[in-house]
Design a protein around this ligand. Structure first.
Ligand code: ADP
Ligand code: 6PG
Length: 474
């Protein structure tokens, strides 16, 4: 359901839409970027647009919103949409729009416009904008928010008026993005409640075939307490950053091999060395053994850094699902002991055991990984009564002070169990002053970037993730 932040010039559309996008992982669009040069020139010269100027512009904006929405992106659009007819044009081009109408007194708006610098829109046009405005009507889907308050408060009110999915929203197969539906039907829906099913999934996950990526050397390192897979661009000569990767598997199953392709492609695309850890996670050994294994591999990566041409100042810690939660927790541990971590790269992380304790989530019908499996995962890691939950670095989300942690990229899908805990962690990191990119994908069951790696949706997500990592490690 795309959100349109509307109102006259100076009401705060750009500011608030940006805040909403940052808080939710939505893609931010600004209708101002779609005006033809002629309209910009007109407004800059102090002449208001006419509806003739606005028709094609609004159609183009609406088409872009619809296109992005169909691709599974959450969209927040800043757009004046002053008249009801303008909103009707948008609604005709894109479905299910929700509007947040920002309102303020003419005096307040004039004052804010007067203080704003470097914008094509002259303050003198405010009067014509107010005269043109049809306020959002009761029969239009949306909320009206007064902007005479701190931007943070305005963002919160807008968020409250934007119906979005949460972990509690029941999931049906129709909620799955069309491109993923056939694959989602074939993907394994992990059942761990009974011993036999658990054994099948645990062993099955270790039987996946290995995968070679062109131009990448892959090898397995097994020494005393070190067990990992290494991926390096063939013939790498110069020193580069590195990625320390942790596979998923709900803290009970999985193997580093599952991510051969993902790690190999990341090494190839970014020209970096990837170390993927084979940590012990099973129903009999949980916390803190997995963290000990990570420590051993981390130590190995550093003692071999020169030989592998890894710049230890540019190593990111990342992981998917249970591996994402472990990556966040391990990052905290490394940070506390003064080890350099350049970035945390968290794919749909399983990051908060308190989700598993919420039995009301069991019936929501999450695909691939549901809350019953989640309960098995967390209790096998922390103990039946979550005894170890408050031990250091057992659960990343349980840490109170997140300040100082390295920049983070976090993704989750709106139809997966972890969406709330992931957004919450990202928002807390940001509130603590950490640079965070939150990326929410619509209609993608848990971990789709692995089991649907060839879909456009997955390729685009991996592309965005790797672009961010490449920039952050450069
Ligand atoms: N809630 C707010 N409180 C104080 N200043 C604000 C608030 N919202 C926006 N501003 C400031 O007002 C000016 C206009 O906001 P902007 O987001 O550019 O509005 P619009 O996109 O609707 O024209 C900017 O300088 C912005 O920093
Ligand atoms: O319909 C219109 O008259 C225009 O769209 C107009 O509303 C303009 O594009 C923006 O409002 C100016 O930019 P700001 O709103 O960002 O000041």
């Amino acid at each position: 359901m795309p959100l349109i932040v509307m109102g006259v010039s100076g009401s705060g559309k750009s500011t608030i839409a940006e805040g909403v996008a940052a808080a939710t992982g939505a893609v931010l669009l600004d209708a101002d970027d779609f005006h033809p040069e002629s309209s910009i020139a007109k407004m800059a010269a102090g002449t208001p647009l006419t509806d003739a100027d606005r028709g094609a512009w609004l159609a183009a904006v609406g088409d872009e919103v619809a296109r992005r929405s169909a691709r599974g992106e959450y969209v927040v659009l800043a757009c004046s949409a002053l008249r009801r007819e303008h909103r009707d044009i948008l609604r005709a081009h894109a479905e299910d729009l929700v509007f947040a109408h920002l309102v303020g007194t003419p005096e307040l708006l004039a004052e804010r416009l007067g203080a704003r610098a470097g914008h094509f829109m002259p303050a003198s046009l405010l009067i014509s904008q107010l005269a043109t405005l049809d306020p959002l009507a009761a029969d239009e889907h949306g909320v009206v928010v007064n902007v005479a308050q701190h931007p943070r408060a305005v963002v919160e009110e807008v968020l409250a008026g934007w119906p979005r999915r949460s972990s509690h929203t029941p999931v049906s197969r129709d909620d799955v993005a069309p491109e993923l539906q056939a694959l989602a039907r074939r993907a394994p829906h992990i059942r761990l409640e009974n011993r036999l099913m658990r054994a099948i999934f645990v062993h099955g996950s270790k039987l996946v075939p290995s995968f070679d990526v062109d131009g990448v050397d892959r090898r397995v390192v097994r020494e005393r307490n070190v067990n990992l897979r290494l991926y390096q661009p063939s013939g790498q000569r110069s020193t580069a950053g590195g990625l320390f990767w942790i596979h998923g598997g709900g803290l009970v199953l999985g193997a580093a091999k599952m991510d051969d392709r993902f790690c190999g492609e990341t090494a190839a695309r970014l020209g970096i060395t990837v170390v993927s850890v084979e940590y012990r996670a099973s129903t009999t050994r949980g916390y803190p053994i997995a963290l000990d294994d990570l420590d051993a591999a981390w130590h190995w990566m550093h003692t071999h850094a020169d030989q592998l041409r890894i710049d230890t100042q540019r190593i990111a810690v990342g992981g998917q699902s249970a591996g994402g939660g472990l990556a966040a927790a391990f990052t905290q541990k490394l940070f506390d002991r003064g080890d350099q971590v350049a970035a945390q790269w968290l794919f749909c992380p399983m990051i908060d055991d308190r989700t598993a304790a919420d039995r009301s989530l069991d019936a929501a019908g999450h695909l691939i990984w549901n809350n019953r499996a989640n309960l098995v995962g967390w209790t096998s890691y922390l103990g039946k009564q979550y005894e170890k939950a408050t031990q250091p670095y057992a659960v990343a989300s349980r840490r109170e002070d997140l300040s100082g942690l390295p920049p983070a990229w976090v993704y989750a899908s709106d139809i997966e169990l972890f969406v709330d805990e992931d957004i919450a962690y990202a928002r807390r990191l940001r509130a603590a002053g950490v640079d965070v990119v939150l990326d929410i994908v619509q209609g993608a069951p848990h971990g789709f970037e692995s089991w649907a790696a060839d879909t456009e949706l997955a390729k685009r997500l991996s592309g965005r993730a790797r672009d961010w990592l490449g920039r952050t490690l450069s």
